[in-house]
Design a protein around this ligand. Structure first.
Ligand SMILES: Cc1cc2nc3c(=O)[nH]c(=O)nc-3n(C[C@H](O)[C@H](O)[C@H](O)COP(=O)(O)O)c2cc1C
Ligand code: SF4
Ligand code: SF4
Length: 252
């Protein structure tokens, strides 16, 4: 038995949750970064006893579109899957449902699903410090529950959400490189949607950029920044929606 842990975690929160959620398993674990530009998902071949875990952030209440396109290339052949979405203390809306529909259309049995709160990657004031100690304890319990569910039942999880899924609304937050940029090209290599120009890393195609902030997180010179005025406006706008302490949820 092997766990295939597929993830997209542009700023690290989703990967943190994924690690906790697979902590109950002591078998071999193979991590696969969905944002890798090579078509590595095509090379995966599952055997009957393997388990597929998919962990993605919620963007605008949905799963980022490029992730869905990549997942559609998988062939589940009836193996079991655990689904994880993270969200920045607003809501995960239709993200789990979209993820489940996609995985089931590829032949997986989605036994269980988890939505977990993480620091909001764009507005870090919201979900600050999460997952915190209480979250980690809760997610460890979820990990055990999911293991039990995957090993001992055959049903498919019932997850919240609506069809048609809510409209994906892109956010107007597009990072730019400043003069600290040394032209190393890492942001170009790591941008999952080819938004950064190959011959000029300071040029970003705003129509392609999904505001994931992977380029900001990996820049060795911290040279990629978001316009602070736009950020402040977004922070004020989201105050009511992102306030309070939202919960981690499990579904099966
Ligand atoms: C473009 C974008 C849209 C987002 N939309 C939502 C959302 O609809 N609801 C929410 O609660 N958080 C939202 N977030 C916050 C992320 O879901 C959250 O911070 C996630 O954990 C980021 O994962 P990462 O740390 O692995 O990058 C959004 C973040 C980005 C970048
Ligand atoms: S990763 Fe940073 S330093 Fe490297 S090219 Fe991109 S912006 Fe410049
Ligand atoms: S350019 Fe946009 S899409 Fe590409 S890594 Fe940066 S934020 Fe993400």
């Amino acid at each position: 038995m092997k766990i295939f842990a597929l993830y997209f975690s542009p700023t690290g929160g989703t990967k943190k949750v994924l690690d906790i959620m697979i902590s109950a398993w002591d078998c071999e674990k193979k991590y696969i970064d969905i944002s890798d530009k090579r078509d590595i998902l095509l090379d995966i071949s599952f055997s009957e006893s393997d388990i597929c875990v998919v962990a993605v952030p919620t963007f605008s209440g949905r799963v980022p579109g490029f992730v869905i396109s990549k997942l559609r290339k998988l062939q589940g052949n009836g193996i079991k899957a655990m689904l994880i979405t993270t969200y920045g203390n607003r809501a995960f809306d239709d993200a789990l449902l979209e993820l489940k529909d996609t995985m089931e259309s590829c032949g997986f049995i989605c036994s269980c699903a988890v939505a977990a709160v993480t620091r909001h990657s764009v507005l870090p004031k919201y979900g600050k410090g999460r997952p915190d100690f209480a979250d980690v304890e809760k997610l460890k319990q979820f990990s055990l529950q999911c293991k039990e569910r995957i090993l001992n039942t055959i049903g498919s999880a019932s997850v919240p959400g609506n069809r048609p899924y809510r409209n994906y609304i892109p956010i107007p937050i597009k990072p730019k490189a400043n003069k600290r940029c040394i032209g190393c090209g890492l942001c170009y290599q790591k941008c999952p949607v080819h938004a950064i120009e190959q011959n000029n890393y300071k040029v970003c195609d705003k129509s392609k950029c999904i505001s994931c902030l992977q380029c900001v997180a990996i820049c060795p010179k911290k040279a990629r920044k978001i316009n602070p005025i736009i950020l402040k406006i977004a922070e004020i706008k989201m105050k009511n929606l992102c306030g309070g302490r939202k919960q981690n949820r499990i579904f099966y």
